[in-house]
Design a protein around this ligand. Sequence first.
Ligand code: PLP
Length: 383
Amino acid sequence: MEIPFHRSYTTEADIQGVVETLKSGWLTMGPRTVQFENRFAELVQAKHAVAVNSCTAALHLALRVLGVGPGDEVIVPAMTFAASAEVVCYLGATPVITDVDPETHLITVEEIEKHVSPRTRAVIPVHFAGQAADLEEIMSFARNRDLKVVEDAAHCYPSFYKGRPIGGIGDVTAFSFYATKTLAVGEGGMATTNNEELANQMKILRLHGISRDAWKRYTKEGSWYYEVVDAGFKYNMTDIQASLGLTQLDIAEEAWKKRSKIAERYNAAFGGHKSLRTPVIKPDRQTSWHLYVLRINPETLSINRDEFINKLKEAGVGTSVHFIPLYRHPFYRQLTKTEPKNFPHSEWLFERIISLPIFPGMTDKQVDYVIENVLRIADEFAK
Ligand SMILES: *Cc1c(COP(=O)(O)O)cnc(C)c1O
């Protein structure tokens, strides 16, 4: 059997929606994008949503409108994708990397506190695998120190923190619709906020710095005249993407339930095994189950994490590692002049983590097969 790490969950409605968009004669940002923004904002209980072409763009715009610039520092956890840190560099600011909690892989206030300096301007909590960081603590710490909070919610649709959806809590929240993420759009992102001024600025900056609703200049209501008020970016979403976003939102709950079922089966199969550790989800959070990150215990195994992954690959099971900690990449290692030994929890995790397939279209047989093989390898190579 061959099981890919991920496969997009595309429906007939997605296909129909895109066909209708193509037939409408309007392909780039337009009415469907506005519809997607409005619906998304409502679902995550945020006042405003700004659709862009990636989560990276959303993070960049968020930091920019919050005033991050040269000389500033922005705190980012080690266990994330490069995008969370590169956006800080775009603005001439410096990412300051922190260790994470070894159980949840999340940034904590204790870690933030260790790295705060007079130059710290913002914090980017990364909601790892779809589980939110402790936002109540982080927000109150940030408010006391006058720091901005930009949530990297790339993994988060739909995720909840103390019953509230992720999206309306931090200053700005950034979502991803990249191919492997929870809404099968291919590429895309969304910045949500309750601050109208920030939303308006992000709308201007996402399309060349042209005064608001620039795209309308090509419609009946529009006019040829526009003014450029800033050196903006080409970060807009297209209506083709927005169409997929809308039809994917229709099935997001169903897709989440399918992922949750798979996670439950993995938890039941691996929980209690001496060489395996299942993900730790705090009782006050609901994860999106974007990722299922299994932890192996190298002390009870004769093979290491890389070899474990190779054995799964030989059996036809696709896996991944989330993440190679930021400080291990040559660019960030040089930039931040840090050593892996400064991040004991992330190093400890990095030797142990394996992301297993968890996509909504997985069949029961495929889940069985992954379980069988993980258990077989763990037992075959037990010390
Ligand atoms: C995927 C991802 C991003 C970037 O998302 P894009 O939409 O591809 O720009 C940012 N942060 C994290 C944690 C991610 O996993």
